[in-house]
Ligand binder design. Sequence first.
Ligand SMILES: NC(=O)c1ccc[n+]([C@@H]2O[C@H](COP(=O)([O-])OP(=O)(O)OC[C@H]3O[C@@H](n4cnc5c(N)ncnc54)[C@H](OP(=O)(O)O)[C@@H]3O)[C@@H](O)[C@H]2O)c1
Length: 321
Amino acid sequence: MAAEKERVCVTGAGGYVASWLVKDLLDRGYIVHGTVRDPGDKKNDHLKKLPNSAENLQLFKADLLDYDSLCAAISGCTGVFHVASPVPAPGAVVDLIEPAVIGTRNVLNASFNAKVKRVVVVSSTAAVKCNPSWPKDKAMDEECWSDTEFCKSNQPHYYLEQDYYLAKTIAEREALEYAERTGLDIVTVCPSIVLGPMLQPTLNTSSSMFLMVMKGGLESMENTEDPLVDVRDVAKALVLVYEKPEAKGRYLCTSYTIRRGTTVDNLKKLYPNYNYPKSFTEVDDHLNLTSQKLQNLGWKYRPIEDTLVSTVRNFQESGLL
Ligand SMILES: NC(=O)c1ccc[n+]([C@@H]2O[C@H](COP(=O)([O-])OP(=O)(O)OC[C@H]3O[C@@H](n4cnc5c(N)ncnc54)[C@H](OP(=O)(O)O)[C@@H]3O)[C@@H](O)[C@H]2O)c1
């Protein structure tokens, strides 16, 4: 439990990762200022049902491109968790760069001016793994950055748009440079593909991709190496790097790297009757990521079986499966 009620802001509070973070913060006694683009939208109602939300959660209407709206939400907070950033559905045409890069800049400026103690910025392993020069025999760690020129000229195997990789890489780099330049205490966390139960009623992109694997009935799918992490463990990592004074710089947040075909084989054993891909095509995408730095800080993650079973149960309960 936090010693006394500390006030923190979470951007994009109604999203998949942020909802679990808000829940954890409320459980730990924090007062939370959650930003959402439309507080009246029913898709944010789940936040109002979280334990302690009646007393300790305040929702603020804010857009990442509206600096003043962010200032109002961040004012009076000692900590900020910047989670909001568009995560587009495959093929969706959405502006990613501006909300990610200008949005992060706005959040950092508002935090600096409000004399916030620490800002935790959610980045992604998208800002890490597109690096063809990284030695194949060395695990990718916090030193590894996606190569923006490579991102621009190659469509990675991960179904998300090139611009997502660019947006997350540029935004995270700028955040760490901002820390160097201004002295604002900024820690970044790079989750891999996030799975696990949803608290929110709408389907986010990584959950929809999992659903497509289970019931899409695709003729064929690439047998990619998927780095995975549970949404509940990501929320714990974000709180951990906020609370640990010694946390510094960048943290990869990933638990397992598994070939998609292996995940499907495991799911089939537990749930044989869904409409899985009929075949897989092999791809050369050897991936080796390490979260040792985060583990050294005290982060623990749950077994992958827990994540898969909880995700499927959550989909079943919400009628998606
Ligand atoms: N899920 C993953 O696999 C994964 C992996 C690595 C990193 N991440 C990172 O985790 C964070 C959260 O992702 P998620 O998976 O939880 O996705 P999500 O559920 O789609 O959440 C994204 C949030 O960003 C908000 N947002 C987007 N554009 C905005 C803008 N211009 N102004 C204000 N809010 C805006 C959305 O608000 P609306 O509801 O109003 O659209 C939503 O609350 C992102 O930074 C993402 O890059 C996710």
